[in-house]
Design a binder for this molecule. Structure first.
Ligand code: ZN
Length: 185
């Protein structure tokens, strides 16, 4: 445990040095609702988010999403990294979600090396604009639904720890990629 915490804190020190754009709990920007952007603004912001998430991944080996407030920006944009590919969501809106919930141990770039159990709907539908300016509608379940909801919360000024199951806050497991979706009892 001590070794694991030491390893995580060494990695976090590298992140602080190499990704100075990232904002952390306590920064008001993470608590501010974003504003819709133009397509041009969305593309610029999306590229910036992709570049920073790529840099972060280069250090840590994980990190599957990054939202504008997490780099101090107030525009409605987030990016995901799924199946070795980045995807940009401009002016996203979750338009529906399932009644059923599941549980997942979430970590967040803005929470350092803390993780929490969060209950969220199993599936969602999200509308957004892509980098070509097309209005898209996407239905998601499984891990993708989880990731999109986490990133969308950043658009609303909400961080995963706000939705933590009581007493579930912990140091991240060594490999957050091993976290699995679990049924709600
Ligand atoms: Zn986050």
């Amino acid at each position: 445990m001590i070794n694991q915490i030491k390893k995580l804190s060494d990695t976090f020190a590298k992140v602080l040095e190499s990704c100075p754009e990232i904002t952390y709990i306590g920064d008001g920007v993470l608590r501010t609702k974003v504003k819709d952007v133009t397509l041009e603004e969305g593309i610029i912001l999306g590229n910036k988010l992709k570049e920073i998430l790529k840099r972060y991944r280069g250090i840590t080996g994980y990190g599957r999403g990054l939202a504008a407030p997490q780099i101090g920006e107030g525009g409605a944009v987030f990016v995901t990294f799924v199946d070795d590919d980045f995807k940009v969501y401009i002016n996203p809106k979750i338009v529906s979600h399932s009644k059923g919930l599941n549980l997942f141990r979430e970590s967040c770039l803005s929470c350092g090396y803390l993780s929490v159990d969060v209950k969220r709907p199993v599936s969602i539908e999200i509308k957004y604009v892509n980098e070509n300016g097309d209005i898209k509608s996407e239905k998601a379940d499984g891990f993708l639904a989880r990731l999109l909801q986490h990133e969308y919360d950043h658009m609303e000024g909400i961080i995963n720890i706000d939705k933590a199951e009581p007493a579930s806050i912990e140091f991240m497991s060594d490999d957050p990629l091993k976290a699995k979706l679990r049924d709600v009892k």
